[in-house]
Design a protein around this ligand. Structure first.
Ligand SMILES: C[S@@+](CC[C@H](N)C(=O)[O-])C[C@H]1O[C@@H](n2cnc3c(N)ncnc32)[C@H](O)[C@@H]1O
Length: 225
């Protein structure tokens, strides 16, 4: 499960066949209360409206099914958590599960994480960014598709509050080297330890890797000044 190009059948239109009706307008499937809606692809999300309050914001970029936030958000009711995921099928699972748990401090947004960080989040608005097991794109010719690149670190620095932190985890040794290189060289970050109470909360992919006996790595970088 090293590579996860993120194929999700729910986002792929199917062609007409013996069991498929002819192509037509996509059915409108109702979405739950957790999923945030952007009013414009150019305007910041209405976070105060979505959460109904102002509180420190933590984002999970590439949240998958949201297992990490479903476990972590209940431990910190004083914080707002935003799951960011580009695959509809995965974000839908979170949309179903979070209300059942009565979580009011968790919202989700289907959007490209790099786009959100570069274009939509206001400066100094994010207290923590969790980036766990981002797609490793192991083939050399695909490396440019990795989320963590120098430009992304600069974008992240803009949206983090002073003292805000990015938390990283991966099972890919080469990508971990790249993460350390990027944030080690980025202006305005210092490496810090990952708090034990955060480290203790696994993600879904992490649970699978550990069940298979596979090693994972983690690191954290705080915005200075
Ligand atoms: C390997 S999974 C890890 C999921 C989760 N963080 C975990 O540890 O269980 C990576 C997730 O990131 C999502 N993803 C990859 N690139 C993304 C991007 N640019 N924006 C938003 N989501 C992205 C994928 O769709 C996938 O769900």
């Amino acid at each position: 499960m090293n590579a996860d190009p993120g194929h999700d059948p729910s986002t792929v239109p199917s062609s007409p066949g013996p069991t498929n009706p002819p192509a037509g307008p996509a059915p409108v499937i109702p979405l739950g209360p957790v999923l945030g809606r952007l009013t414009s692809v150019l305007a910041p999300p209405d976070l105060v409206g979505w959460f109904g309050r102002v509180a420190p914001l933590e984002v999970d970029l590439g949240s998958g099914d949201g297992g990490f936030l479903l476990r972590f958000a209940p431990r910190h009711p004083e914080r707002n958590f935003l799951a960011v995921e580009r695959l509809l099928g995965r974000i839908r699972k979170l949309d179903r599960k979070a209300p059942r748990l009565g979580l009011t401090n968790l919202r989700a947004l289907r959007v490209d994480a790099a786009y959100l960080v570069r274009h939509l989040l206001p400066p100094d608005s994010v207290a923590a960014a969790h980036i766990y097991f981002p797609d490793p794109w192991p083939k050399k010719r695909h490396r440019a598709r990795r989320l963590i690149q120098p430009g992304f670190a600069a974008d992240l620095r803009r949206v983090l509050v002073p003292g805000g932190t990015v938390f990283l985890r991966t099972d890919d040794a080469d990508y971990f080297g790249q993460m350390r290189e990027v944030f080690g060289a980025a202006t305005g970050f210092e490496e810090v330890p990952t708090p034990a109470d955060l480290r203790a909360v696994p993600t879904d992919f992490e649970q699978e890797f550990h069940a298979q006996g596979r090693p994972t790595w983690h690191a954290a970088y705080r915005k200075t000044g």
